[in-house]
Design a protein around this ligand. Structure first.
Ligand code: NAP
Length: 484
């Protein structure tokens, strides 16, 4: 079954509605992180292939913008249906290239499909306005039009959902695209392109390029001037560089960047809910999520009980190959990521953190790291500042609300925070003071296609999903009307 799913996946570039090899026939290997072995080879695009993809997107833009919103919506709706029908196959493919357990991959397929359903409904709700000027003498007509060809770049941790969150609104708005998925997980996106073609997406609207030279291929497209927008999900470090490149042609940018989420547990919280929430916020995607709780701050009276229960739950998780029955946590994406997690944990231990569970890397193939809970983590530990991107829960006690808010906000990131309290006034007061774009209040998950996802500070610009998600792909045009 595994081999069949990989063999059934396209492995070429998708440009102008045609599957084609990279110029010069170069390929790049896709690895199974659970074994370290090669799954397959996909086309390795050159800068010239990138330009060909942009040519195709530019050529398709005018006709696509003129396509009826209902038709665009129906293509998205059919994509949702096809993804739902083929969820098992898509989930297995995702697990093979990314490592997460199949049950989690199915969850991501459902989440990704939901973006298509949501934006199918948004496509036919693009409205405008007509207004009498304040002095009564003129009229304002406001219309919303597609931005134009878009460049989309996505990371490896959610190989389908991060793309769906961009392609859904771009298709709904009437934009064409060049999509570049992460080189480590290109298969889910290639499969999605095939599926969208089956759903009726016209040639040239979505072009997908895979490459081992992401900077070399994408920078000329960003600087080209014909693309009008860049939407990027990935690290803050790369995001900053892309904002700089986008400045040359003054591209519209949407940036979904890194996170360093705090999770605050106040002494008045419901302990069961707090432990459940922490497990979800920490362990979704094995901790390889921008929304992962990285810094868990617990008010002193609850700390011992919370730490014991969290450590028990983490120790009970089964680590293994994501395709196997009963596995809760798969491998990390590669050796570098596993070594980084190990270094961060070692640094915290050297600085005085106590290991409640985990922290020992097993020998063998694949990039596994055990679920780990660290107590008494000092504020100076590196993992209080740097994204962990692994199954490590660092606990630190706090005394007062003031101290908790100060620690939570002490980061350049501002994507999401989690807050557990049964005191309504505290919940509102602290929510207002937390410097993040999203807050999970007594729950450990915020992602929902119908809600505006995004961060403040160095976690990004713009919002994806929700009723404003489509605005990222639309320009306002205003006509001043003389009615005399
Ligand atoms: P990354 O290294 O920034 O890569 C993200 C994407 O950018 C990949 O497709 C990568 O291609 C490409 N890329 C890298 N350098 C580039 C360049 N110079 N020019 C153009 N493209 C370039 O991030 P990652 O390690 O894949 O993903 C993890 C990061 O994503 C974390 O920081 C996480 O917090 C963030 N993230 C944020 C959100 C959010 O919604 N805020 C969601 C998910 C993940 P290659 O694969 O070829 O390197």
């Amino acid at each position: 079954m595994e081999r069949e799913v990989v063999e059934a996946c396209p492995n070429e570039l998708f440009i102008g509605g045609k599957w084609q090899a990279a110029a010069g026939g170069k390929t790049l290997a896709v690895e199974d992180p659970a074994t370290g072995t090669t799954l397959c080879e996909v086309a390795d695009a050159s800068p010239a292939d990138g330009v060909a993809a942009l040519d195709a997107a530019v050529a398709a833009q005018a006709d696509w913008a003129a396509t009826a919103p209902r038709e665009r919506g129906e293509i998205l709706r059919r994509t949702y249906e096809l993804m739902t029908e083929r969820a098992d196959e898509l989930a297995l493919l995702m697990t093979l290239e990314m490592g997460k357990p199949v049950a989690e991959s199915k969850g991501e397929i459902a989440y990704a499909a939901e973006f298509f359903r949501w934006f199918a409904e948004e496509a036919v709700r693009i409205d405008g306005g007509y207004q009498v000027a304040p002095n009564g003498q003129g009229r304002f007509l406001v219309m919303r039009q597609p931005v134009g060809p878009c460049l989309l770049i996505t990371p490896w941790n959610f190989p389908a959902a991060m793309g769906a969150r961009k392609i859904g609104p771009a298709v709904a708005a009437g934009c064409t695209m060049v999509m570049k998925p992460a080189s480590q997980t290109p298969l889910s996106m290639l499969k999605l392109a095939e599926l969208m073609t089956e759903a009726g997406l016209p040639a040239g609207v979505l072009n997908v390029i895979t490459t081992s030279d992401s900077g070399g291929v994408m920078e000329p497209l960003i600087r080209d001037g014909r693309a009008r927008k860049l939407s990027f999900t990935g690290s803050t470090q790369v995001g900053r560089k892309l904002i700089e490149q986008s400045a040359e042609q003054v591209l519209r940018t949407s940036m979904e960047l890194g996170g360093n989420a705090p999770l605050l547990v106040f002494a008045d919280a419901d302990l069961d809910k707090a432990v459940d929430g922490a497990m979800l916020a920490k362990m979704r995607n094995g901790g390889e999520a921008c929304t992962a709780a990285n810094r868990i701050y617990v008010q002193t009276p609850l700390m011992d009980e919370f730490a014991t229960r969290l450590a028990e739950r983490m120790a009970a998780l089964t680590v293994g190959r994501g395709t196997e029955e009963g596995v809760d946590v798969g491998p990390l994406i590669d050796a570098a990521q596993r070594d980084k997690v190990k270094d961060l944990v070692d640094d915290a231990i050297t600085q005085g953190a106590r290991v409640l569970t985990g922290a020992s890397v097993a020998e063998g193939n694949g990039y596994f790291y055990p679920p780990t809970v660290l107590a008494d983590v000092p504020r100076t530990a590196r993992l209080q500042k740097e994204e962990i991107f692994g199954p490590v829960a660092p606990l630190t006690a706090f005394e007062t609300e003031e101290e908790a808010v100060r620690m939570a906000n002490d980061t350049e990131y501002g994507l999401v925070s989690y807050l557990f309290t049964n005191d309504l006034t505290r919940a509102l007061r602290v929510s207002e003071r937390l410097e993040t774009g999203m807050i999970g209040l007594n729950q450990g998950i915020v992602s929902n296609p119908a809600a505006p996802f995004g961060g403040v500070k160095q976690s990004g610009l713009g919002r994806e999903g929700g009723s404003t998600g489509i605005d990222e792909y639309l320009e306002l045009k205003y006509v001043a009307i003389n009615v005399d």
